[in-house]
Design a protein around this ligand. Structure first.
Ligand code: FEO
Length: 403
């Protein structure tokens, strides 16, 4: 078997995924500076089983690998853990090559197979907790609804104690040579996994905790997600990280985000950030919302307990890039953070009003005083208010701290 085609996980299980370094934005939204891998797995034996496919534009490569591995033998089953097209997009190509293949999903998968691809035949549905003997292998299926789609599920191979976990435990980043956790640059991998979690899964942190409860009940030796690294060395580490993120356990740091046109709001923010550091508020990160990646700043906000938003007013409304950030944060249902606000304007104080309304709507955010309103350009009194906000934020974080 050609090694450049297949990465062996065991004698009979192979990674046959695709590395996508061509797509600029995942889901049309999220930048991919390190690409992304669509992990597909082929299990050879008494029955030949494919677990998930890859994005449609990579279907040719996937079919070629399967054909080479099977060498004329049939493909018996495809386990469809998730219907988002980055995993299901090659299903029709596989069915065309192997007309007798049976797809395995749940009732919601079956509905989506019809809606996405017009597939209504050779579909076997499983219920939550159901087990199936597929040749010499025994699989147990756990439904994980809304992590992050309604039909999402995971498949546990009791024979090799492998959890095929779909998007759960997945991360951005194409394969950089190694596919296993003991072969990779873990710092980058975990950062990209957290960015994936926060922006793709984070909205569904509560369902994720329910899914993790099911995962914890399994005797897992290896985790094979649908993106990112395979966890064979320390699967407990990634489960622990997912639990921490899903419980929204934060660190004692502050993210400062500003929206500015001519630098006046920025100068207030630099004063706030400087005073935060002087007051020992932990790690401080400063972002210009017009120039930063929304997924990166949102990940840092998820990680840290403190947030300061400072924005100018634009056309009698909140500065548009800041409005986009607030809409994204509101979608994430974040809780347990401390927030400070600073609005600037020259004749209509819309930015502070809209940011205040966001805090009121969001619940779970504790407002740190004072709310600062600056007219045109910060005065000495305004800078004093900035220092007071920073001191209060540092104090709130110390009081809250469980680090
Ligand atoms: Fe990786 Fe939800 O698809």
């Amino acid at each position: 078997m050609r090694y450049d085609y297949f990465k062996p996980i065991s004698e009979s299980i192979f990674w046959i995924g695709s590395n996508d370094r061509e797509t600029d934005r995942f889901e049309g939204l999220w930048p991919l500076p390190h690409g992304v891998a669509y992990n597909s797995y082929l299990l050879l034996g008494e029955k030949n089983i494919l677990i998930d496919t890859v994005k449609g534009s990579f279907a040719g490569g996937l079919s070629e690998k399967i054909s080479a591995a099977l060498a004329g033998k049939p493909l018996d089953y495809v386990i469809v853990n998730h219907m988002e097209p980055d995993h299901s997009g090659s299903l029709n190509a596989i069915r065309a090559a192997y007309p007798g293949v049976q797809l395995i999903g749940n009732a919601k998968t079956a509905e989506m197979l019809k809606n996405f691809f017009g597939i209504g035949e050779n579909v076997l549905t499983v219920a939550d907790g159901e087990s199936l003997e597929l040749g010499s292998r025994r699989f147990t299926f756990a439904l994980t609804p809304m992590v992050h789609w309604p039909e999402s599920m995971v498949a546990y191979d009791a024979t090799d104690r492998i959890l095929f976990s779909s998007d759960i435990f997945g991360g951005f980043g194409a394969t950089e040579g190694g596919i296993f956790d003991d072969e990779a640059d873990m710092r980058m991998a975990i950062e990209e996994m957290m960015r994936y979690y926060v922006n793709i899964v984070g909205r569904f942190a509560a369902p994720a905790l329910k899914a993790l409860f099911k995962v914890r009940a399994l005797d897992i030796k290896t985790i094979c997600p649908a993106h990112g690294l395979i966890w064979r060395n320390d699967p407990g580490r990634v489960i622990g990280l997912y639990e921490k993120w899903s419980r929204q356990e934060t660190e004692s740091g502050v993210v400062v985000v500003y929206g500015t046109m001519y630098g006046n709001t920025k100068s207030a923010c630099d004063a706030i950030a400087g005073s935060l550091a002087e007051n020992g508020a932990g790690c401080v990160r400063v972002y210009d919302i017009s120039r930063c990646d929304l997924s990166r700043v949102t990940t840092d906000i998820w990680r840290n307990r403190g947030l300061v938003l400072a924005s100018c007013t634009y056309n009698m409304e909140l500065f548009p890039p800041m409005a986009a950030l607030l809409r994204h944060l509101e979608n994430k249902n974040m809780k347990g953070r401390h927030i400070g606000l600073c609005g600037t304007h020259s004749w209509a104080d819309a930015s502070l009003r809209e940011m205040s309304e966001f805090v009121e709507r969001s619940k779970g955010w504790a407002l740190v005083p004072p709310k600062i309103s600056i007219k045109s350009r910060p005065t000495a009194d305004d800078f004093e208010q900035c220092r007071l906000l920073a001191a209060n934020m540092a104090e709130a974080l110390k009081t809250h701290s469980t680090d």
